[in-house]
Write a protein that binds this ligand. Structure first.
Ligand code: ADP
Ligand code: ZN
Length: 617
């Protein structure tokens, strides 16, 4: 729930409370005391009454009679005619005190209700104002269903693409969208179809919002931004109506960009039944899909969405005509970091000794936001020192604060760790390239991913293959072992960094044996009924379908596969040790290398699956 809506609920509760309070006051005044005139007369006859106080109401003959009994007890009687009751009391020899019309009763009857209505009115007024001041430009926040999107008109947005440092490939990929927004006619003329939705995927702080805003700024079109969590409200149907409203608004401003931050909040895989209120979320998501399907291809609305969890998104949003363009926004490499530092140092006077290149080299894994934060802390340090420029030392001190001081996903990596990672990734990459059924290597990186991995070697963007061959599976296992083997050869020691590689290799080998009938000694038999990893408890409850003897045999078979792959992989890496060193050096220098740079390291050309040449041959 957003801050705004939380304060709204607070007001809501206060108002309900006030209303209940009024009702209670009213009720207490007409409360039936159970005291009757008959009882009063009997008590007067029995001489039990000490005092009588008659309080007439204003303008009517009605009133109340306060009776004090001799025992000290007090009773109240409501009567329809006070003069009649006064006569009755006097006829019993008592002398009642008749009060003038009580002030209080008049206040309660006429002033208080008006007062409360006024207070409630003022409350609503205040809330409305508060919400409007809270950043909404459309000013109609009292309506639940209105979109919460913030609108930035073309002229207000001063961010341009050159304000986004690094992210070269990402910007290139988005160039056509900028062109389209500038002049949609150019594209419609020739029947070109421009994606409606672009999904930006990357860690927080890598500049996704900045990038989207810069595209709007560059094309000089309005920019609507909203966070996925703004759609997820307490009341079912609110999110969906917000989506509808936002698209209606956007159509009026087309061409424009709608930016949805944290789209995972609405677009989580449907039907998992996890967490409360998913009905509301599903409705919202459905509405989003309906809207995206609804507008024409070139209507001039580009929906950009950001997430760092593409894995939990509902596959429906990635279908053609929806978010059919996926762009990974990576953590910056060393050159990107230097550029980002330069951008954020623009308004900060730097001393002679400041070396941004050196800072960039020591901040592997930092995102743009981290770097901005680093310079900001450094500027604070300078100001605290009464200096008007930043020194290298300020930045060094700031490091401790942003990098180590707080527990940070992007911690500072030592040179030793970097070297190990470089060789590890180079090991994977070489096997990937040399082995015939796997590859090609698209990029190799030693920029920490923030998800615990020290680097990665990226193969072809996942291909949907009907099945794997035995050879390909064996080669996959070899590739997985490549990182560990390289560490072993170079450092004569191994690290824990290969844990997930080993797991992957083992899993694959085991499946070859127990599922796919790929081992001669075990034969073509399925020994694995079910490996639904969801049901962790299953193994315990489920009787094994095979004997202990077979189990042992399977284990031996798995080990044999791994050992064999290991030996073959090691032989290749030793043979390519030249490339291994060159690749690791290049990685240490650049942090990330692309396919061409990588392939240039080899003297011989190795054909890659999917290459035109390879398929023809
Ligand atoms: P995300 O949306 O990916 O979480 P943001 O776009 O909100 O990240 O980035 C937060 C801030 O970090 C930006 O406002 C900007 O100051 C800084 N930043 C991030 N990436 C870059 C970049 N490539 N160039 C310049 N500044 C950046
Ligand atoms: Zn690895």
């Amino acid at each position: 729930m957003s801050k705004n809506s939380r304060s709204f609920y607070l007001y809501f509760v206060i108002i309900i409370g006030l209303l209940l309070f009024t009702a209670w006051i009213g009720m207490s005044r007409v409360q039936n005391t159970g005291y009757t005139q008959g009882e009063f007369v009997r008590q007067m006859e029995d001489n039990e009454v000490a005092l009588v106080n008659i309080c007439p109401n204003k303008n009517t003959p009605t009133g109340s009679v306060e009776v004090t009994l001799k025992g000290g007890e007090e009773r109240v009687l409501y009567v329809t005619d006070v003069t009649q009751i006064e006569a009755l009391v006097r006829s019993h020899g008592l002398d009642p005190r008749v009060e003038s019309v009580p002030e209080e009763s008049w206040f309660l009857n006429s002033i208080l209700p008006i007062l409360i209505v006024v207070i409630v009115g003022v409350f609503f007024f205040v809330i409305m104002n508060a919400q409007n001041a809270g950043g909404s430009s459309n000013g109609k926040m009292m309506n639940f269903g209105r979109s919460r999107a913030r609108l930035m008109l073309g002229g207000e947005n001063t961010i341009k693409l050159d304000g986004v440092a690094g992210l070269k490939e990402e910007k290139e990929e988005l160039q056509e969208i900028v062109e389209f927004l500038k002049d949609p006619g150019k594209f419609t003329q020739v029947g070109a179809r421009i994606p409606k939705g672009v999904l930006l995927e990357g860690a927080p702080g890598t500049g996704k919002t900045l990038l989207a805003k810069a595209i709007a700024g560059e094309a000089n079109v309005p920019f609507f931004s909203i966070s996925g969590s703004d759609f997820v409200e307490m009341f079912v149907g609110v999110g969906a109506s917000r989506v509808r409203d936002m698209f209606a608004e956007a159509k009026r401003h087309a061409p424009c960009i709608i930016f949805i931050d944290e789209i995972d909040a609405v677009a989580r895989r449907r039907g998992t039944g996890m967490g409360g209120g998913h009905d509301e979320r599903e409705q919202t998501l459905n509405q989003l899909l309906v809207e995206m399907d609804g507008f024409g291809v070139n209507e001039g609305i580009i929906v950009m969405a950001a997430t760092n969890r593409v894995d939990i998104l509902d596959p429906a949003i990635l279908r053609p005509g929806r978010f059919d363009r996926k762009i990974a926004v990576a953590r910056p490499d060393v050159r990107g970091r230097e550029d980002i530092l330069k951008v954020h140092a623009q308004n900060k006077p730097l001393g002679d000794d400041v070396d941004l290149t050196q800072i960039a080299q020591t901040t592997a894994g930092f995102t743009g936001a981290d770097l901005e934060n680093l310079l900001n802390e450094a500027a604070i340090n300078a100001a605290m020192d009464e200096r008007v420029f930043l020194k290298q030392d300020d930045i060094k001190k700031a490091f401790v604060k942003v990098g180590i001081g707080t527990e940070k996903k992007s911690r500072i990596i030592s040179d030793k760790e970097k070297r190990i990672t470089a060789y590890h990734e180079a090991g994977h990459a070489i096997l990937f390239h040399v082995l015939p059924d796997v590859g090609p290597v698209y990029s190799v990186s030693i920029i920490p991913t923030g998800l615990g991995a020290a680097g990665y070697t990226m193969p072809l963007p996942e291909k949907d293959e009907m099945f794997d061959s035995k050879n390909k599976m064996l080669q996959d296992i070899m590739v997985s072992l490549g990182g560990r083997i390289a560490e072993e050869i170079i450092f004569d020691d191994v690290t824990t960094g290969a844990m997930s590689d080993i797991k992957k290799a083992t899993q694959k080998a085991r499946r070859m044996v127990t599922r796919y009938g790929m081992s001669e000694n075990i034969g073509i038999i399925n020994y694995e009924d079910n490996d639904d990893e969801v049901f962790i408890g299953r193994d315990l409850a489920h009787a094994k379908s095979h004997s202990e003897e077979i189990s042992g045999q399977i284990d031996r078979e798995v080990k044999a596969i791994i050992d064999d792959c290991y030996a073959k992989a090691k032989a290749i890496i030793v043979e390519q040790s030249n490339v291994l060193h060159k690749c690791a050096e290049l990685l240490l220098e650049r942090e990330k290398i692309g396919r061409d740079e990588f392939e240039a390291l080899f003297d011989v050309k190795y054909p890659q699956p999917g290459d035109p040449a390879a398929t023809e041959a």
